[in-house]
Design a protein around this ligand. Structure first.
Ligand SMILES: Cc1cc2nc3c(=O)[nH]c(=O)nc-3n(C[C@H](O)[C@H](O)[C@H](O)COP(=O)(O)O)c2cc1C
Length: 188
């Protein structure tokens, strides 16, 4: 009989501590990363707006060999990388890891109707299973497939609605960004 009481008490204690740790895990705020590449600064501005509202950690993808400041030269190199499925090396030969994050915003300029090639390096070097992925981009004339291609590159993730905005209007996009993030549940 005594043994039965002991077993009962032990099970009750395990039950209480398990439910406490589950409650603690539920209460822990999501860890947010804002990963982006930006050649001329537009996408960086968008990334900074996202940081201001979500408190996420900014992670810039910096290519090992910087792209030229000359538009034609970037176009030539970018097209060659895209067509050749080349994944340009990132700074110090390392691919930033998103392992410790729960939610990952991923941003890029539209390059040739899709995301810029430095993102290909980042996307191939990470596992997105169980992560929430939210794409964003800036563009010259249209979003194209930039957002949808980022999402497609992370098939194991839970994808949320992304945001694209024109590079030249990015400064005035703060209300649009706020509304988008509010809608996703990132209230300030
Ligand atoms: C190599 C290259 C390709 C581009 N291709 C497109 C395109 O296909 N469609 C478009 O709307 N804008 C295109 N753009 C314009 C950029 O998407 C736009 O200027 C963007 O805001 C730049 O972002 P960033 O300042 O973060 O680099 C291209 C720009 C570059 C340099």
């Amino acid at each position: 009989m005594k043994n039965l009481v002991k077993v009962f008490l032990f099970s009750a204690l395990v039950g209480v501590s398990l439910s406490r740790s589950l409650a603690a895990a539920e209460a822990a705020p999501a860890k947010i990363a804002i990963v982006y590449f930006s050649q001329t600064g537009n996408t960086r501005q968008l990334a900074e707006m996202i940081k201001a509202q979500t408190g996420g950690e900014l992670i810039e993808l910096v290519p090992q060999d910087a792209y030229s400041q000359n538009y034609r030269e970037v176009v030539t190199r970018g097209k060659k990388e895209l067509d050749g499925q080349i994944k340009p090396a990132l700074k110090d030969g390392k691919v930033p890891s998103i392992e410790k994050f729960d939610v990952v915003f991923i941003g890029s300029p539209n390059w040739f109707n899709t995301y810029a090639t430095p993102l290909a390096t980042f996307l191939a070097g990470n596992a997105f299973k169980g992560k929430v992925v939210i794409p964003f981009c800036t563009y010259g004339s249209k979003v194209g497939n930039t957002l949808v291609d980022i999402t497609k590159a992370c098939p194991d993730a839970v994808a949320k609605e992304g945001l694209g905005t024109s590079g030249k209007d990015v400064k005035g996009a703060s209300v649009k960004v706020q509304q988008w993030l509010d809608g996703l549940g990132f209230k300030k």
